[in-house]
Design a protein around this ligand. Structure first.
Ligand code: COA
Length: 281
């Protein structure tokens, strides 16, 4: 006799907490806005902050009303990198520490979490954006800087290396020679220079980075959320592929949208000369 198969139940998201210790996380006009909140440490990332960022982002990933995640710090600092107070490595713990860095250490896991995140992540940078803070912004999708922004990977000055994706993402953004110079000197660059290198999309007046990001989120509302999810996937995957492989995976993801209700709605709305009503399904 044929087995009766149960269908998957629709996955449920988590719940955004009312308050966190190291971040302020709020839904605002279709975005989850996460503000880092350790001003006395220039918003350096510790384990708790990394865990809270992941918790908040995870809580909205399945929320269809949220189209993007916005990261910001304060006027003095977006984020000054990993909390340098957290680097003790006792000899007897070394191999456990090695093992822990993949999953247990939240400030390592954070970067892989970003890599797999399906919604756009946009950073609004005022002030310092250094080390792991810069690496986190690069793991996201778009960076907007103000004139006060200062980007750098100064890890070498502590005989560390940018170990949260910086040695891979920065050369992909600006090319190996410039990335090496930044990493080997630890030099900080201004928002304007970062724009010249194409690290940031726009440089705006001091204090206006978040305003600009909110404008972009507003504009993104005109695009179907499934199309945004698929293009994030195909662009990110394609970066590591040959052009031919890139075209093929792009075609597959394009085809996957064929049976979405939103695609039907988008085309119908166009022919009826009205705004589409996308549902994310
Ligand atoms: N981890 C922990 N604490 C940090 C920090 C970090 N990454 N960056 C700054 N802080 C703390 C400072 O220790 C200082 O604390 P204190 O007031 O208790 O002394 C406070 O934040 C303010 O920093 P301060 O150095 O006094 O400010 P500044 O304006 O003179 O210099 C920086 C700002 C960003 C240039 C400087 O703090 C710095 O170089 N920080 C380290 C950046 C870094 O190397 N990041 C990569 C880490 S792998």
């Amino acid at each position: 006799m044929a087995r009766k198969l149960k269908s998957f139940s629709r996955p449920k998201g988590g719940t955004l907490k009312k308050s966190y210790n190291m971040i302020i996380a709020k839904r605002r006009k279709g975005a989850l806005e996460i503000q880092f909140n350790r001003p006395d440490r220039l918003n350096a990332i510790n384990e708790e902050m990394a865990e809270e960022i992941m918790h908040a982002m995870d809580a909205v990933e399945l929320d269809r009303k949220i189209i993007a995640v916005v990261l910001s710090g304060d006027q003095r600092s977006f984020c000054a990198g990993a909390d340098l107070g957290g680097f003790q490595d006792l000899p007897e713990d070394r191999y456990d520490n090695y093992r822990a860095r993949y999953n247990q250490r939240k400030n390592r896991l954070l970067y892989r979490f970003f890599m797999n995140y399906t919604k756009p992540v946009i950073s609004a940078v005022e002030g310092y954006c250094l080390g792991g803070g810069f690496e986190m912004a690069m793991m996201g999708d778009i960076i907007i800087a103000s004139e006060s922004a200062s980007f750098g990977l100064p890890e070498g000055r502590h005989s560390l290396i940018p170990g949260a994706g910086g040695t891979q993402n920065l050369p992909r953004l600006i090319g190996a020679p410039l990335a090496k110079e930044m990493i080997w000197t630890g030099r900080r660059i201004s928002g304007a220079e970062a724009k010249e290198y194409r690290i940031v999309n726009h440089v705006v007046e001091q204090g206006k980075a978040l305003v600009k990001v909110r404008e972009i989120v507003e504009e993104m509302k005109g695009v179907g959320p499934l199309a945004t999810m698929m293009t994030k996937q195909t662009i990110n995957r394609g970066m590591d592929m040959t052009l031919q492989q890139g075209f093929l995976q792009e075609a597959d993801l394009a085809y996957m949208l064929s049976w979405s209700d939103d695609r039907t709605e988008g085309l119908k709305a166009f022919s009826e000369r009205r705004k589409p009503n996308f549902k994310g399904q």
